[in-house]
Structure formats: structure tokens, C-alpha cells
Design a protein around this ligand. Structure first.
Ligand SMILES: Cc1ncc(COP(=O)(O)O)c(C=O)c1O
Ligand SMILES: [Zn+2]
Length: 440
């Protein structure tokens, strides 16, 4: 029987899965062909989106878009007001593009650092997951993550009274560990990299028959994150020309694509933005695969050629996916938008965070710095054209990585008398703060 509000459609064989009941009981796979890639299809009339985007009422969370989210009963919503963060123009970035590259750009920043629960864009997916699990009476769940998804799921599932076993790689930040543990959710720090943590988590879920997160294409994550496109339209009034984000597994870009798949018949969704996606240079398998393919002119089957990096030693563990299983889908998607996948220097993350704090009074985490470095790299390589609107999806606040925040301090002087304390002018720091980017 087809669920009234939504159902899933297998992307491989077209089988219709009636809803989460059937989906969960088949191990989140198509009962007919076992593929795990599905689209969520809604029976809500598409035009309903116009009311949601244009209404004057105060939007309190992503649940404003309930009609296009896979939950049946509003009473099951688990929310902290996620998904409606400000989208701001940051003029210091626009000035830089003008000064250094003579480009007139509008640069919008999606302020996920302001998301209420954990200060990351993972709150959206976790809110939807907790709500759906609650709706289905599920009491135990397994998550595997480099850190931020884990933190968000730990939070929302705790709020819903659901026990969450969290698997993180050995190098996950201590801050993530603290945030997960404090809610009384179990943390398994796996001796190995992210790929190995995924394996151990899957074995554990299998052994005890516990539901496990479905990865980068999990409808629970995609459907929640697609609402960022609605928010672009609601707040900016347009779809940007360029979408920039730090790239790990690719849920963010896939979710953006999903909004365009759903609403291709609605005129406002006429053009998908160009994806410019940055990876930290110490774990950049997709960027490396992409540049090799590009240098060969993207030969047939290029998307199946990618390196796998085991135990990468990185400065930004939250975005380190060494085995880029999603590349065969991500590369064609990026290519179809005219976009690029490239690496940025992880060593510059601290400089980037200092610049943003100095110019904008916003404290960002290292993965957000990687996203913003994507803008600087894109400008340098000529990936952005004059007159374009750029949307940068920064994913986390500095609260996610306090050890990183500590590295961003640069003004401390040790003293033992007032005589040693010199007065200062904040402007003296400007040149030093900008210098890595002036010479970028
Ligand atoms: C802050 C932040 N930025 C970017 C990413 C990359 O997300 P994805 O590639 O899954 O869209 C993540 C997640 O790993 C993250 O936590
Ligand atoms: Zn199928």
C-alpha cells in the first residue's frame, strides 16, 4: 500500500516502497533489487511551496516545510528551532573579490554556526531522524560519523529518549566526544579511520539488529538538508549562481540537487547552482580524482576512478572521508552544474578563522574554514564570474572544535606589571590578519 503523504522510489528499478515501515524492515534497501538509493516522493501539490516561501508568518524551524518532509504526524516532531539560520552578505569578502580580482559579487553566508542544538548544519538531519524514529517507536539507533553528525544525532535522539550508539574514527575531536558523552549516549572510538569505523558500526548494528544511519543518501538526511534551497528562496529571493561547501561525503550537495529534482516543474527552481566544493588537502580523494579526470578530458567511466586514502593524517578530521564511495555519483553531478572539486590548504584554516572573527565577529570551526577557503581558491582559479551571486554553506561554529578555537588567539602577552602593558589599536592587526589572503 502506498503511504498517503510520501513514498520512496527505488532509483535503480523503480519499485515503490510504501514508507519507513517497509524501508526499515528491509534494512533500508529496495525489497526488489536491494539498492539503497531511493527518492522520496511526495503527494503534496508542488505549488504548495509557493505559499511556504512567500508567507508572512514567522518561520520557526525546518518544520515550516512539514508538507515536504517524510513525517506523517506533527505530534512526533523533535525540534530545537533548527534549519532557519540567517543567510547574510559578508561585505569583507565582496570587497576582497573586488579589490583583488575586480569582480562584483554578492556573497551570502549560510550561518549554520547559529543552529540552536549543536551549531552545525547536521541539526536538520538529526531533527528529522529523531522525529521519524519516534514516529515508528524505534528506541535504539546507530550512527557513524567523523564528529558533527554524531554530535547532532546524539543530541536529538537523547531529546526523543532514543539510545544512540555513536561510532567515530580514532582521530575524531575530543570536543565531539564530550558533547556526545554528556547526553548519556554511548561513544565507540574505533581504532582506525572513518572507513573502518563504518565497518565496525555496520557489524555491530548487524549483530544486534539495530537500525543504522543510511549514509550520505539516507532520506532522513537528504530530505532535511534540501530545505536549505527553500531557505535560499525565502530569504535571498533567488537561487544563487554558485554553491560553495566543504566536501566530505557529499550529503549537502546531494540534498541541494534533491530540491531541484522535486521542484523542476516550478519556475523558481529553474537553475541548479554551480557546485564549487573544497576538500582539505590532507584527505582530498575526490579532488584528486577530479583533477586527474579533468586533465584527461573526463573520459568515459572517469567517475569510477578514484583513490582511497587509508588513515589520512589531517588537521580537519570532521571532513576527512578517505574512501569516497559517493564519487561516482558526486562527480557527474558537479560536472552537470559546470562546477569543480578542488583541495584547499588545511594549514590556512586557523588564518581563515582569525580573518572571519576579526572582520565579521563570528567564530567558525575548522570545517567552515575549509568551506570559506573554497571561495578564495575558486577566486584564484577563475571559477567565479563577474556579477554572480555566491552562496557559501558554512557548516559549524567554533563551539564544535574548542581546541581549534584556542589556536586562533594571537594577541596574548604575559605581564607582571602595568608598566609592561602597552596600549594598542585593534587596527594594527589588520595587515597581519589579511596577509595570507592578500598573497593567496
Ligand atoms: C561542518 C561541516 N562542513 C562540511 C561537511 C561535509 O558534509 P557533506 O560532504 O556530507 O555534505 C561536514 C560533514 O562531514 C561538516 O560537519
Ligand atoms: Zn530497486
Amino acid at each position: 500500500m502506498i503511504n498517503k503523504k510520501f513514498h520512496f522510489l527505488c532509483r535503480s528499478c523503480g519499485y515503490e516502497i510504501s514508507g519507513f515501515e517497509e524501508w526499515f524492515s528491509n534494512n533500508q534497501r529496495c525489497p526488489q533489487c536491494s539498492d539503497s538509493k531511493v527518492y522520496t516522493i511526495y503527494s503534496t501539490p508542488k505549488n504548495r511551496i509557493n505559499d511556504l516561501l512567500g508567507g508572512k508568518s514567522k518561520v520557526k524551524s525546518l518544520w515550516h516545510y512539514f508538507d515536504f518532509l517524510p513525517l506523517n504526524n506533527k505530534k512526533n516532531i523533535v525540534t530545537e528551532g533548527e534549519g532557519v539560520v540567517p543567510i547574510e552578505r559578508w561585505l569583507f569578502l565582496e570587497d576582497y573579490a573586488k579589490r583583488k580580482y575586480s569582480l562584483d559579487l554578492q556573497i551570502y553566508i549560510n550561518r549554520n554556526d547559529k543552529s540552536f542544538a549543536t551549531g552545525t548544519f547536521k541539526d536538520k538531519g538529526a531533527s528529522l531522524a529523531a522525529s521519524v524514529l519516534k514516529e515508528h517507536g524505534i528506541k535504539e539507533y546507530v550512527v557513524v560519523s567523523t564528529g558533527n553528525t554524531a554530535t547532532a544525532f546524539a543530541h536529538y535522539l537523547a531529546k526523543a529518549g532514543i539510545s544512540c550508539s555513536v561510532f567515530v574514527p580514532e582521530n575524531a575531536l575530543l570536543d565531539s566526544e564530550a558533547h556526545i558523552g554528556t547526553y548519556g549516549q554511548r561513544l565507540f572510538r574505533v581504532r582506525g579511520d572513518y572507513a573502518f569505523a563504518k565497518k565496525i558500526a555496520a557489524d555491530y548494528a548487524n549483530k544486534y539488529n539495530i537500525l543504522i544511519t543510511g549514509g550520505n543518501l539516507d532520506p532522513l538526511r537528504l530530505e532535511a538538508k534540501k530545505t536549505q534551497v527553500f531557505e535560499m528562496l525565502r530569504i535571498m529571493g533567488k537561487i544563487p549562481d554558485v554553491y560553495i561547501q566543504a566536501l566530505s561525503g557529499g550529503t549537502g550537495p546531494f540534498a541541494v540537487e534533491k530540491a531541484f529534482v522535486d521542484f523542476k516543474s516550478v519556475s523558481m527552481f529553474d537553475k541548479i547552482p554551480r557546485f564549487l566544493l573544497s576538500q582539505g588537502n590532507y584527505c582530498a580523494p575526490m579532488a584528486h580524482a577530479w583533477s586527474t579526470a579533468k586533465s584527461k578530458g573526463f573520459p568515459t567511466g572517469y567517475e569510477n576512478e578514484y583513490p582511497i586514502y587509508k588513515n589520512p593524517e589531517v588537521l580537519i578530521p570532521t571532513i576527512a572521508t578517505g574512501n569516497p564511495g559517493m564519487y561516482p555519483l558526486m562527480a557527474p553531478l558537479v560536472k552537470s552544474t559546470g562546477g569543480e572539486i578542488f583541495a584547499v590548504k588545511e594549514e590556512l584554516a586557523v588564518d581563515m578563522a582569525r580573518l572571519v572573527a576579526y572582520e565579521q565577529t563570528v567564530k567558525i570551526g575548522p570545517a567552515s574554514a575549509a568551506g570559506l577557503l573554497g571561495l578564495f581558491e575558486a577566486l584564484k582559479n577563475g571559477y567565479i564570474n563577474n556579477g554572480e551571486t555566491v552562496f557559501i554553506n558554512i557548516g559549524e561554529s567554533a563551539g564544535r572544535a574548542l581546541s581549534f578555537l584556542q589556536q586562533t588567539a594571537y594577541t596574548t602577552k604575559f605581564v607582571s606589571s602595568a608598566d609592561e602593558c602597552k596600549r594598542f589599536d585593534r587596527n594594527e592587526y589588520k595587515e597581519k590578519i589579511w596577509s595570507p589572503f592578500e598573497k593567496y
